[in-house]
Design a protein around this ligand. Structure first.
Ligand code: ZN
Length: 476
């Protein structure tokens, strides 16, 4: 009741603010035909960089690309001289949570502003060079609306693909996640969790494979998800298996029947193996196998069959912080250490790796929340939206990944894994013009990924200085 009153009071205040004119405005359109000339261009396919390149863009798509003498720039094109700069594709993050919903305060205070929170996160990503994100657990209706607003040019932000709920798991208030049920009361907690679960929550774990199949069909019909993610592992109890082998196969089958890619949440060697056997298209946080290392046969299978493997790399600096914080014998450090070893082995085996961060925007005051203050104070926090992907690229270098392989992991690999490579992930004729202009060579030093001067999405340069706008969770 207490929280309900607080929420209503907050809603009135927010309604008042919104009616004062904090509204999304249409994004100004730039010139229709543009040519970016003179830069060194890295196209994201693994081909060697092109020096003194020309990239021609019309109506948001790439129409010509190559060495400057070989490319005819149409008369009347708006020419942007980028000598001394580096061009690369906009990056893709294979796993984000645009609305993390970690604190009880954020869940209640922004009850009517989930869309603004989601857009803010998509803008933090875009500002930092991530032009496409894949949201793997969040409030589906609100994510769907913001995905549409961004696609229609009504809001700025990274392009969103969404999976909705992790099928079989709960929303944020339950013990699967942040455990706010006793504080909120059942009715309020159910109402919040339903925004995530959307009819595909924990009750599915009780069902037979045939009944799971029916529920998956209904889930797909009830909205417009871009892919499915289901629980192969439990979330709170990472060593527990969630769906049975037969149920996992039914879920993957139904996803494929609807033309969707399917992935699982797995955190143990057996849940990972079950997911692979069920036919998942990509393995989400495949490197997270808890307190047991990835078995050699599984690793070999992943590497040899080039099963897309979205890995949660962490820097040495972050690992050292976990060690200092928790000690060598703690489960936290042991699982981080095992994950790091898995990463090293996956890189050495030449697995098809995707940059994945699990990132979201954390409320600016989260360090003052006792439940989270220690965890979010760590060095090189991997889950910080806008920073996590830069840290991932530094970790890739530390793990011995070749610079071009790391760049592909941050671009084309994820596009391919999600079956979106006809549209995004590389700079090639016919694709959407999502382009980063860097002041230094990202292949020479991973730190140079941070040196983003301009971001183009769908052929339009983004006013990155103005983002995020509005600010909800972030502080200026
Ligand atoms: Zn997951």
């Amino acid at each position: 009741m207490r929280f309900d009153l607080m929420r209503r009071a907050t809603q009135w205040i927010l309604l008042a603010i919104l009616s004062m004119g904090v509204q999304a405005t249409a994004i100004a359109r730039g010139p229709v035909v543009q040519a970016l000339v003179g830069a060194t261009l890295i196209d994201g396919t693994g081909r060697p960089p092109i020096e003194d390149a020309s990239l021609v863009i019309a109506d948001g798509r790439i129409t010509a690309i190559g060495r400057r003498p070989d490319v005819k720039v149409p008369s009347g094109a708006h020419v942007v001289d980028l000598h001394g700069k580096y061009l690369m594709p906009g990056m893709l993050d294979a796993n984000v949570h645009l609305f993390f919903g970690v604190t009880i305060d954020a869940l209640i205070r922004y009850d009517d502003r989930y869309e603004d929170v989601i857009a803010e996160a998509a803008q933090v990503a875009l500002k930092n060079g991530v032009t496409t994100v894949f949201d793997t657990w969040g409030p589906r209706q609100e994510l769907t609306r913001v995905r549409g607003q961004i696609a229609a040019g009504q809001r700025q932000g990274s392009r969103i693909f969404l999976g909705g709920n992790i099928i079989g798991l709960t929303g944020p208030t339950s013990t699967d996640f942040y455990n706010y049920r006793t504080l909120l009361g059942k009715a309020e907690a159910d109402r919040i969790d339903a925004r995530w679960e959307q009819g595909a929550g924990p009750e599915l774990l009780w069902l037979t494979p045939d009944n799971v199949r029916e529920r998956i069909r209904a889930y797909i019909r009830s909205g417009h998800v871009d892919f499915l993610k289901y629980a192969s592992s439990g979330h709170a109890q990472e060593q527990f298996i969630a769906f049975s082998e037969a149920a996992q196969k039914a879920i993957v089958d139904e996803g494929h029947r609807a033309g969707l890619t399917v992935q699982a949440h797995s955190t143990s060697p057996e849940s990972l193996r079950l997911e692979i056997e069920a036919g998942a298209d990509l393995l989400q946080h495949c490197d997270a196998t808890g307190l047991a290392e990835m078995p050699e046969p599984t690793l070999t299978l992943i590497a040899e069959h080039k099963i897309p493997c979205a890995a949660l790399f962490e820097t040495q600096k972050h690992l050292a912080w976990v060690l200092a914080q928790d000690g060598e014998q703690s489960d936290g450090y042991r699982s981080a250490h095992i994950k790091h070893e898995n990463d090293r082995r996956l890189v050495a085996a030449g697995a098809m790796l995707l940059m994945t961060t699990d990132a979201g925007v954390l409320p600016a005051d989260i360090k003052e929340v006792p439940k989270f203050s220690a965890a979010v104070s760590g060095d090189d926090l991997p889950i910080e939206m806008g920073q996590g992907h830069f840290r991932w690229l530094e970790a890739a270098s530390e793990l011995g990944m070749k610079p071009m392989d790391a760049l592909e992991a941050a671009t084309i690999n994820t596009a391919r894994a999600y079956h979106q490579s006809a549209e995004v992930g590389s700079l090639e004729v016919g694709k959407r013009a999502d382009v980063l202009v860097l002041s230094a060579d990202p292949l020479a030093d991973p730190d140079n990924y941070r040196r983003i001067e301009r971001v183009m999405k769908d052929g339009q340069f983004v006013d990155i200085q103005s983002l995020p706008n509005p600010r909800v969770l972030t502080k200026p």
